[in-house]
Design a protein around this ligand. Structure first.
Ligand code: SF4
Ligand code: SF4
Length: 276
């Protein structure tokens, strides 16, 4: 099979593995394939419920899709592996798009609402780098929407970004007030005029059931074992209950006060809920 046919075959297999957009570029004597897994930001959760970030769901779906693609390529005798290097966003620019002031990669169709997975192959690729047609308008809306003031004129200060802190074992107290969903933060993306995706389906969980540990297995299946850890999910659920003043959750929060992993977040949340 010619290299050109191999490139087309890899793209076809990637689409079959669940990626609606696949782009390739040369990388030394081989090539990189960028697998885009888009998602829509979740609509607001109903009272008493909390949303799970759709980004983390898309990311896990993309990860599993990439594994499926690698298995299919192996069967065809095409040597390929997951790209584990740094600078994926910068590399993705070779296929179009831009990097916004919030440091996120913007795909020309999906905006920043996409997870990116990269596969490296030995297949020679002649596809020319794409000319990006969309650009960051430098409007500053993302910086204005950031609750942690993490977007500075010179770029993102990762150490202040809620996304970087929200998945820690114990979220620092100064960041707890910014938690508005399970996992991550997408406020700068929602404010960006270059993101045109409408808010869509939400995976919502009732807070009291969540605090009892009822949905951990389901959440783990959606976002994977790393992010679906009990201590991350229950800690954030308790903090969220406090942030929205959901007093009916107080007994469930109090049941976690002595918990080795989420006790600190539960004590913080219980104090706030008692005053609500
Ligand atoms: S993810 Fe959240 S905290 Fe981080 S830059 Fe965007 S809005 Fe700010
Ligand atoms: S909100 Fe404005 S400044 Fe921020 S990434 Fe979007 S276009 Fe760029």
């Amino acid at each position: 099979m010619s290299d050109r046919k191999k490139v087309e075959s890899i793209k076809e297999l990637a689409r079959e593995a669940g990626f609606p957009d696949v782009r390739a570029c040369a990388d030394g004597s081989g090539s990189l394939f960028f697998l885009f897994q888009p998602y829509r930001p979740a609509r607001q959760a109903e009272a008493g419920k909390i949303n799970l970030s759709n980004y983390y769901i898309a990311s896990q779906k993309g990860y599993l899709g990439m594994k499926k693609l690698l298995a299919a390529l192996e069967k065809k005798g095409i040597r390929a592996r997951e790209f584990r290097g740094n600078g994926v966003k910068q590399l993705a620019l070779r296929t179009g798009g831009f990097i916004g002031k919030n440091s996120l990669y913007y795909h020309e169709w999906y905006g920043s609402f996409t997870s990116i997975h990269v596969v490296q192959t030995d297949v020679f690729c002649t596809e020319a780098p794409a000319q990006g047609e969309t650009v960051c308008a430098a409007c500053g809306s993302c910086a204005g929407a950031c609750p942690a003031r993490a977007i500075l004129p010179e770029g993102l200060d990762v150490s202040r970004c809620v996304r970087a802190h929200s998945n820690e074992r114990n979220i620092p107290e100064e960041y707890r007030g910014f938690i508005y969903q399970l996992l991550g933060c997408e406020r700068c993306q929602l404010a960006c005029p270059q993101n045109r995706a409408e808010q869509g389906e939400a995976y919502s969980f009732d807070i009291i059931g969540l605090l009892s540990g009822k949905y951990i297995r389901e959440i783990r299946a959606l976002v994977g074992p790393n992010y679906g850890r009990r201590r991350i999910i229950l800690g954030q659920a308790a903090i969220y209950a406090a942030n929205v003043g959901f007093v009916p959750a107080l007994p469930a929060v109090q049941a976690l006060l002595g918990d080795e992993f989420v006790g600190d977040a539960a004590r913080w949340a219980a104090e706030i809920l008692k005053k609500s």
